[in-house]
Structure formats: C-alpha cells, structure tokens
Design a binder for this molecule. Structure first.
Ligand SMILES: Nc1nc2c(ncn2[C@@H]2O[C@H](COP(=O)(O)OP(=O)(O)OP(=O)(O)O)[C@@H](O)[C@H]2O)c(=O)[nH]1
Ligand SMILES: [Mg+2]
Length: 411
C-alpha cells in the first residue's frame, strides 16, 4: 500500500482507500497487460507482506504483424475488437501531415495556442475580470499574484512577476490588455534561459538519449516522435525497447519503428535485463553506424529504489562501451499533473542526472503554467513540448511563443 501511495503521489493522484480483504492472492506468475490496457496503469494488487522479488516472466515475445493490429475482416455481426490506443497512435503518427518548415511558423503557433487554450482561459479570464481599467495598487497586485499561483506558475515565479510589475507600473492605471502583454514579456524572460533545443551530435556515433519518466508521461510517444523527426533530417535512428517487463511497451515501440523507419532492438524475452538490452542496442547501433540511439525505459517498477537501480545500471553498463554515454537524459513530464511535475523532476534528478525535459500533453491540460514554475524553480532545459499525439505535435520549446500562447496573445 505504501508503494502504491508513493506512485500515486508521484503521479499527482490521491491514493485510493486501502481495500478490505486480507486473503493473500494465489501464487501465480504475473500476466503482462494486454496491449492498450496498461494506460493508465493498474498498480499491482496491494500486498500484505513485502513484495516478492519480481520473477522473470517467461512469455516469449513475438511482435504481431501489422495486419493483426487492424480489426479482423468483418464477416459475422460480431462487434469489432476494442481499438488499441497505441496502434491508433501509430496510425496518427504515420498519417501526420507534413509540418511547416519553421518551428515557430503559423501552423505550429496556432496549434500551440489552441493546445494551451485551457491554461490560457484559466489565466486570462481572471485578468480580464480584475484589470478592466484599474489602478495597479497593492490589492490589484495581490490579486494578480493569486491568479498566477492558481494558474500553476508557482509561488516563486508569481512573486517575481508581481515584483516586476510593482517596480515598473505601480500606481498607474492599467487595462487587461496591457497586463497581458506585460505578463507575456515577464513570463518569456523566465522561460528564455531554459528554452534550449536538444542538440544531437551524430559524431558521437551514436548520440545516446536515455528517456526516463513516470509511467504514462509520454516516454514512448516522445521517442517515436523524435525518431520520425530525426529520420526526416536524414539521421540513422535506433530505438531500444528498455521497458522490458511489458510486452505492450515493446510492441508499441516496434510498431513505431516500422512506421518511422527506425531500427528497434527488443528483448529476446519479456523480463530480460534492461541494462543488458541497452548494452546490446548500443553495440548494434555502433556496428550499424547509427547517428542516434533512443533508449526507452520503464516508468514504474515495484518501488522507487528498484527503478533507481535499473536506471543506474543502464547507465553503468552502456558506459562500458562509451564512457561519455548517455549524452542526454530526457525526462518526460505530463503537464496535466500540474505542480506534481516539479516533484517528479526532483525525484528523477536524484536518481539520474537529467539533462533536459520534454513537457507533454499541454493540449489536454489547464496547467500549462507549470512550465513557468519548472523554469523558475528547477532551471533544467526544456527541450520540447508536446501539444498532441501526432509526430508534428512535439516541437522545440520557444520562450516567446509559449509565453504569448499562454496568455492568449497572437504571434
Ligand atoms: N494529448 C496528448 N497525448 C499525449 C501526448 N504525449 C503522449 N500522449 C499520450 O499519452 C499516453 C501515454 O504515452 P506513452 O508514450 O505510452 O507514455 P509512457 O511514458 O511511455 O508510458 P509507460 O510506458 O506506461 O511508462 C499515450 O496515449 C499517448 O498518446 C501529448 O503531447 N498530447
Ligand atoms: Mg512507454
């Protein structure tokens, strides 16, 4: 229960009430979740005694041919099988429209703005109400600070912004539009130092990116999207399916490998050692002249120290082949978890030296403001943001665009 509570808190959920029964479950090997059923992941049944060591799961892994992913031929009036969300995503990836050339082009900006609209509404509705035409006095500043905190910018960033307003505009009459414009500038100033792209150095042959994060935050999807982008740049890309305990996770990556033309190194059997797999993948990537190796990892093991050990071991083992690897450790954060994202960064920073962040699901969130809190309080580079499930929906993070999108202003 304590472990479940830990993961729940880490993901920003209230722990559920403990179930009543005390009957120990029958001793059975764990069954891997069917594809599509593991998100959101169900925690293991609450153990009464400490968890036994994880057994190696002897499930031979065979990647289904693509045809199996599609619904079977219609004949009888049976309902079609439930649509596998991962396969659906792979389709979305395959059918994604070509992207505009510029990362800050109109198409991208309007998608960013649309994606952020729920966060924007939260912020701007309050500003419009408070600052229609008003003198910027103590009470107004206090209200502004509260609005910023409620919009997930965090106490420190809210304070910094309000202090800036106090210095430059105190006592002046301001309109809501002026406040929004000044706010966008102040936010952009906080974001600018962390808006750094993930720079791939193909001469590393390969540049190794280890992707870490809590389950469901978008690790595998981000790898797929990056793979597609790097392939588009003419780079040779390999994925390593390091989430070796879940057949569905390996399948998900294999499907994406097929669709994006990226090579995939998968475990020979489920439950294989993730570090061993990463080692083999790096050896293969070197032998095959890859430019980039993206290593997927499990987001959840039976407890935090098991996850920490696994990530540390992956790093140790790949360093036997390349002492400078991994060249990037990318932490994925789900923006919908709001302030909890900060807690996740702190925990993962303790475990591995995270070099940068990918903030996903800004489209489904009213909590885009958390990116400002991350910039102010953590200061790690924010390499990219995700505003949807298509490959083009993962884009480099640019301070000005994000700040203007967040407060609902145009380009
Ligand atoms: N709307 C939206 N959905 C996203 C975004 N990024 C990822 N997702 C979805 O979030 C879900 C989880 O993504 P995954 O990539 O499987 O997450 P993960 O971190 O690999 O999860 P585990 O393998 O369970 O640890 C999938 O349904 C993705 O399509 C995003 O930017 N926007
Ligand atoms: Mg995954």
């Amino acid at each position: 229960m304590a472990l479940k509570g830990f993961w729940d808190r880490l993901r920003g959920r209230e722990p559920e009430a403990p179930p009543a029964p005390v009957t120990p479950p029958p001793a059975q090997p764990p069954t891997p979740a069917a594809p599509g059923l593991e998100t959101p992941p169900a925690p293991p049944p609450p153990p009464v005694a400490p968890l036994p060591p994880l057994p190696a799961i002897q499930v031979p892994f065979t990647a289904p041919p693509m045809a199996e992913v599609a619904p079977p031929a219609p004949p009888p009036p049976e309902p079609p099988p439930p649509r596998d969300p991962e396969a659906a995503l792979a389709e979305a990836l395959a059918s994604s429209e070509p992207e505009p050339e510029s990362a800050t082009g109109g198409g991208w900006f309007s998608r960013l703005k649309t994606g952020l609209s729920r966060s924007t509404a939260r912020l701007t509705d309050a500003i419009t109400t408070v600052f229609r035409k008003r003198r910027l006095d103590e009470a107004a500043l206090e209200e502004l600070e509260e609005t910023l905190i409620a919009a997930d910018l965090g106490v420190a960033a809210a304070h910094r912004i309000v202090e800036g307003f106090r210095k430059t505009r105190f006592g002046k009459e301001v309109s809501d539009e002026e406040v929004k414009a000044a706010l966008a500038e102040a936010i952009a100033e906080i974001l600018a130092p962390v808006a750094k792209p993930l720079e791939i150095q193909p001469q590393r042959a390969p540049h190794v990116v280890l992707v870490v994060g809590v389950n469901g935050t978008g690790k595998t999807t981000t790898i797929a999207k990056l793979g597609q982008q790097y392939r588009g740049q003419g780079l040779k890309v390999m994925f390593a399916a390091g989430d070796t305990f879940r057949a569905a996770a390996v399948e998900q990556l294999q499907i994406w490998g097929d669709r994006t033309g990226c090579a995939v190194v998968a475990p020979a059997k489920m439950g294989a050692d993730a570090a061993g797999l990463a080692h083999d993948a790096l050896a293969r990537a070197r032998a095959e002249g890859m430019d980039v190796l993206l290593i997927d990892t499990a987001g959840r093991l039976h407890n935090k120290s098991a996850l920490m050990e696994e990530l540390a071991k992956i790093i140790r083992v790949i360093r036997k082949l390349d002492p400078s690897a991994p060249h990037s450790v990318l932490l994925t954060l789900d923006a919908t978890t709001g302030q909890n994202a900060l807690q996740q960064v702190r925990i993962f920073k303790e475990m591995v030296s995270v070099s940068g962040l990918a903030v996903t699901k800004l489209d489904g969130s009213a909590k885009g403001g958390v990116v400002v809190a991350l910039a102010q309080e953590i200061g790690l580079p924010v390499h990219m943001v995700g505003v949807g499930e298509k490959a083009g929906d993962l884009r480099p993070f640019t301070a000005r665009d994000f700040a203007r999108g967040l407060v609902g202003l145009g380009e």
